[in-house]
Design a protein around this ligand. Structure first.
Ligand code: KG4
Ligand code: ZN
Length: 399
């Protein structure tokens, strides 16, 4: 069967098409072939604002989804030309569902006046957490497509997508078994989810059975990276740029930062104070060395910041592993692309004698393949779908 995944929770518009049988959660060798996996990043649109601007994200998703769908259908050999007017009742339903995204309705109706309706069986769509206006575009698009294709809809928790992203093999393209068998993992596992919007420790009792056991009380770790980057004169999203600068950093007596909440005795994080500490440190260094900090000093600040974040993440993740007797460690989300953090997590996993699972590098950040995997794992395990009219976006959706 053909399954379609849609992700629009933040600033990436993403769409995937996979062909699979229905045994992903159960089989030792699940058949799962990725036919198309597309992402349009809106980084350039949001960069001038120094962060993601929800109304712009919504506008971009609205613009991007139909061209992405057309490309994905072509890549999957599901684009079959055939001029045929859609029924007026179908057109009316689409216009009603996409009332707030009329240009999306027009583009969709235009696409399926040129091409035949594809044989999609299941639509997996992120319904939260994320920016609500952005999520709604994906949800309404999925609903409209479900009217056209009669496909069932499975709403997917974005964070569950990040957890299950590690099931995708590194060389997933063009192979029939793109996933590691889900039943080969030993539970419980701890999952550290680190992105621009989230910093969470999740107890994974089984696929589909999650509990948040610790999270940030203020900023997310990726957000802290982005804000520090901005203070250091680097463009949004600055996480990778801070990380690059940190590679040239050296220990420097003048550059020291706190390790927030490292001894708090619980699994909570806080990165807002660290960001403020960086601001004071920069002011202090400017007072001493002049307004233009040289590149070495910037690299030293980046290094100290990255080290502080890494130490805190490692301390809390260690406590979580020990408290829950974890048999595996998953680190996912955009910040899992950070080399220092990934290396520190590998050391921790080695010390505890448990495996570390990281996503394939293009799947660390937001993508729709992880949504397809999470949604299809759920569907394959319990066959539960949600009626089209009941699928809603929930900005603050929790596990
Ligand atoms: O998962 P993601 O793509 O989107 C969200 O759901 O937020 O994560 C994006 C975040 C941004 O804050 C970005 O700066 C950060 O991940 N990031 C990094 C690195 N690569 C991406 N942070 C630190 N080091 C990196 N190498
Ligand atoms: Zn994410």
């Amino acid at each position: 069967m053909y399954i379609l995944g849609i992700e629009t929770s933040c600033d990436e518009t993403a769409l995937s098409i996979v062909i699979t049988d229905d045994t992903v959660a159960k089989s030792d060798s699940p058949n799962f072939r990725v036919l198309s996996n597309l992402v349009i990043s809106q980084i350039n649109v949001h960069a001038p604002y120094g962060g993601v601007f929800p109304a712009l994200a919504k506008r971009e998703h609205t613009k991007n989804l139909v061209p992405l769908l057309e490309t994905a259908l072509k890549e999957s050999d599901l684009y079959i030309e055939g001029i045929k007017e859609l029924d007026q009742t179908v057109k009316n339903s689409i216009a009603e569902i996409l009332e707030r995204e009329p240009e999306l309705a027009t583009a969709l109706i235009d696409l399926f006046s040129r091409a035949k309706i594809p044989a999609i069986d299941v639509i997996l769509v992120t319904n939260g957490p994320g920016l609500e206006p952005a999520l709604w575009v994906g949800v309404n698009f999925a609903r409209a497509l479900s009217i056209l294709t009669h496909a069932n809809i499975v709403p997917v928790n974005h964070m569950e997508g990040h957890v299950t992203s590690i099931l995708v093999k590194d060389d997933y393209l063009n192979q029939n078994e793109a996933l590691y068998p889900a039943n080969e993992f030993i539970f419980p596992m701890i999952s550290l989810l680190v992105s621009g919007g989230h910093t969470q420790l999740v107890l994974v009792r089984d696929w589909g059975d999650y509990e948040i056991i610790g999270e940030t009380i203020d900023d997310a770790v990726g957000e802290a990276f982005d804000k520090v980057a901005r203070m250091l004169g680097m463009e949004y999203p600055g996480g990778p740029k801070v990380s690059k600068a940190a590679m040239k950093g050296q220990a420097n007596d003048e550059v020291s930062l706190p390790r927030p909440m490292i001894h708090s005795g619980d699994l909570r994080f806080s990165f807002s104070g660290l960001k403020t500490a960086v601001r004071y440190l920069i002011e202090d260094l400017k007072a001493r060395h002049g307004e233009d900090l040289d590149n070495q000093l910037i690299a030293d600040i980046a290094l100290e910041f990255e080290q502080s974040v890494t130490e805190v993440l490692v301390a809390k993740t260690t406590a979580a592993i020990d408290t829950y007797g974890a048999q595996g460690l998953i680190v996912a989300g955009g910040v899992s692309a950070n080399r220092r953090i990934a290396a520190a997590m590998q050391t921790l996993a080695d010390e505890r004698g448990i495996p570390l699972y990281l996503p394939e590098k293009t799947l660390c950040g937001d993508n729709s393949l992880m949504i397809t995997v999470a949604g299809f794992m759920n569907w394959s395990a319990n066959n539960k779908t949600t009626p089209e009219e009941e699928v809603v976006a929930v900005g603050n959706l929790r596990f």
